[in-house]
Design a binder for this molecule. Structure first.
Ligand code: TPP
Ligand code: MG
Length: 540
């Protein structure tokens, strides 16, 4: 049964948004989008405002990533939209169902030079799944439904609509289109069986599971497949925490040994990109399991590449009827490597050096983080260390920027995470360079009573650029920041609190104070600028 709705453009948009389960908007004010605010205000729809549009889009993305539902950012015409483009692009790379609604100069005098008159579509079309200008109020519910359907259909991603001023301010009426569940894409059963046979028959198989496994709600199916076929599991992105760290098949540290020794590498729900050596695993056969045919790699020829609903494919793997090779020795071999690496990590995480090394920060953090704490990485080397030393205990607790690698996600992701999980610890791990992109939005967090903890690894440099540049040229430029800068005082000035830590022994108590503070709290840890994250490649 469809419902008829009437009202101004903002009200028509909100009716359709609510029907799709959108529960809040992130925005920065501009007159072009006032009707959307009016609709929210008059119906008690939560609205969070920010100090830079990138924060609004990143907040919407965090909601989308964590909750597997659409996140909404409302951006005013022209500069509002252009400031959101890096956020949209990140959402595109991360397959996050984000909807950006933009204001737009009036259509009736298009070409006469209205304020902020520009056509946004050519800018956003390459980084969205659906981009459309909606020219009449009556058409808004249809367009919102089409945009959200595109965003939620695997392979997921962002969508964009803009509303010319007169369309969103005028009154109209329309049928509210029925919201139908997104039909799962069924993979070719022969390809699924071929993949399952390859894994089951392998002597030394490895699974690497990424973000789409979480987005596709296929975590349980992943575990069932791994257990049924006895395959060690490594993860990246939102796949992290898919298996609890104590699970006999959960691995993180032995990746190099695993990929060197594997005869079949199964990559599920993540592209064969730079993070995975572009899918080149030597002599090993590659099985690439993707959530839509568009995600099959063009640069690698996998032995099998089933494309479709990940839950269905992984469940079929678990139910594979044929013989299974025994992998006990292989798993035991990896466990030895894993345990040895863990012992080395434990030593590093306890290191009592002066200045503090990043590893120690994570050692202390692990003692105070709850298993369901959400950790967010925004920075260079400091975040690489976070990836190494933090072990997400549950899926949906780790937010990294993804393969677009955009600095500046920090406060936006923190806002989206806080709104998603009001009762959990939210902890942003931030480089001092990264801090410059979004720290002003602590003001938005403080004012709207959204406490989060920010731990800055303050090495006084753009570390991930300085060290490689020195290695390449023997000198560096444009890589220094002010050493010892008091980012904690910035946060204090913006309505939060914080402190600077210089001695390793002071870290634990500072972190405890931070999580108890009830306001945005920044722990500014002065770290050793000489410390460089060891990388095989110096370009990141
Ligand atoms: C928006 C954006 N600009 C520039 C870069 C390039 N970049 C990647 S890491 C990095 C250095 C980050 O420095 P910081 O946040 O201080 O972390 P550190 O490496 O020092 O731990 C830079 C500039 C980027 N990834 N994103
Ligand atoms: Mg730095």
């Amino acid at each position: 049964m469809t419902e008829r709705v009437e009202g101004h453009g903002g009200e028509l948009a909100l009716a359709a948004l609510r029907a799709h389960g959108v529960r809040e908007m992130f925005t920065l004010s501009g007159g072009h989008v006032f009707p959307l605010y009016d609709a929210a205000h008059s119906t008690g729809f939560p609205l969070y405002d920010v100090r830079h549009e990138q924060t609004a889009v990143f907040a919407a993305e965090a909601v989308a990533k964590l909750q597997r539902r659409p996140g909404l950012a409302v951006l005013t015409a022209g500069p509002g939209v252009t400031n959101g483009v890096s956020g949209l692009t990140s959402a595109f790379f991360n397959a996050s169902p984000v909807l950006v609604l933009g204001g737009r100069a009036p259509q009736f005098r298009w070409g006469s030079g209205s304020l902020q008159e520009m056509d946004h579509l050519p800018l956003v079309a390459p980084v969205t799944k659906h981009a459309e200008t909606v020219f009449s109020a009556d058409d808004i519910p249809r367009a919102v439904t089409a945009a959200l359907t595109a965003a939620l259909t695997p392979h997921r991603g962002p969508a964009f609509l803009d509303f010319p001023l007169e369309a969103v301010f005028s009154v109209g009426d329309a049928e509210l289109p029925a919201v139908s569940p997104i039909a799962p894409i069924e993979a070719d059963p022969d390809e699924v069986a071929k993949a399952a046979g390859l894994i089951a028959g392998a002597s030394r198989p490895v699974i690497i599971a990424g973000s789409d496994v979480y987005a596709g709600d296929a975590i349980d199916a992943l575990r069932a497949a791994a257990e049924a076929l006895g395959v060690p599991v490594f993860t990246n992105g939102m796949g992290r925490g898919a298996l609890p760290p104590t699970h006999p098949l959960a691995f993180a540290k032995a990746r190099r040994v695993a990929l060197k020794g594997a005869d079949v590498v199964v990559v599920v729900g993540t592209p064969l990109d730079f993070r995975l050596g572009f899918g080149d695993f030597g002599d090993a056969k590659v099985v690439h399991v993707v959530d839509a045919p568009s995600q099959r790699a063009g640069h690698v020829q996998p032995a099998a590449a089933p494309a479709g609903d990940l839950r269905l494919i992984l469940t079929a793997f678990a139910e594979h009827p044929g013989d299974r090779a025994d992998h006990t020795d292989w798993i035991a071999q990896l466990r030895v490597a894993e345990d040895a690496a863990k012992a080395r990590d434990a030593e590093e995480m306890a290191a009592d050096t002066d200045p503090i090394r990043p590893a120690r920060i994570y050692g202390e953090l692990r003692k105070v983080l709850a298993p369901d704490a959400i950790t967010i990485g925004d920075g260079g080397d400091f975040v690489s260390y976070a990836g190494k030393y933090l072990e997400p205990a549950q899926p949906g607790t780790w937010l990294d920027p993804g393969p677009y690698g955009c600095l500046g996600t920090g406060m936006g992701y923190a806002m989206g995470a806080r709104v998603s999980h009001p009762d959990r610890q939210i902890c942003v791990l931030m480089g001092d360079g990264a801090a410059g992109f979004s720290l002003m939005d602590v003001e938005s967090l403080a004012r709207q009573k959204l406490p989060v903890v920010i731990v800055v690894g303050n090495n006084g440099i753009w570390g991930l650029e300085k060290h490689p540049m020195r290695a390449m040229y023997g000198y560096d430029v444009a890589a220094d920041l002010q050493p010892g800068l008091r980012y904690d005082r910035v946060v204090e000035a913006l309505g939060g609190a914080g402190e600077t830590v210089e001695k390793a022994a002071d870290l634990g108590p500072a972190l405890t104070r931070a999580f108890d503070a009830g306001v945005p709290y920044l722990v500014n840890v002065l770290t050793d600028p000489a410390d460089a994250y060891p990388r095989s490649s110096n370009l990141a």
